[in-house]
Design a protein around this ligand. Structure first.
Ligand code: FES
Length: 125
């Protein structure tokens, strides 16, 4: 069996929603101290719905694929739904990650939660 699923490879080669949102109203940046990888999420939220989301990831292929998939999973969704996103859901949507690469999907969950927290702090919502 291949180490990485087709979906992981596809999102790694062709990541969705890469970049910066200049007028983002929620920004979250997290890192993993062990591997040194860093992920930054930008959210544009209107009427409590995630209208747009972009990311910048300095990290491994699994982190890039996880960021890409995570943005796809929350785009267009209400904030309350995005709050529920888990790294497990991201990994499942990618048709799985090797056990020792699960922490890469944790980074995506944490970056989104950090961006949502930033949004809450800015807006008091
Ligand atoms: Fe660091 Fe994947 S090895 S996030």
């Amino acid at each position: 069996m291949a180490l990485y699923s087709e979906k992981v490879m596809e999102h790694f080669r062709n990541p969705r929603n890469v970049g910066v949102i200049e007028d983002a109203n929620g920004i979250g940046e997290v890192g993993n101290a062990k591997c040194g990888d860093i992920m930054k999420m930008y959210l544009k939220i209107e009427d409590d719905v995630i209208q747009d989301v972009k990311f910048e990831t300095f990290g491994c292929g699994s982190a890039i694929a996880s960021s890409s998939m995570a943005t796809e999973l929350i785009k267009g969704k209400p904030v309350s739904e995005a709050m529920q996103l888990t790294n497990k859901a991201v990994a499942e949507a990618l048709d799985g990650l090797p056990a020792y690469k699960m922490h890469c999907s944790v980074l995506a969950e944490e970056a989104i939660h950090a961006a949502l927290e930033d949004y809450h702090n800015r807006t008091g919502k």
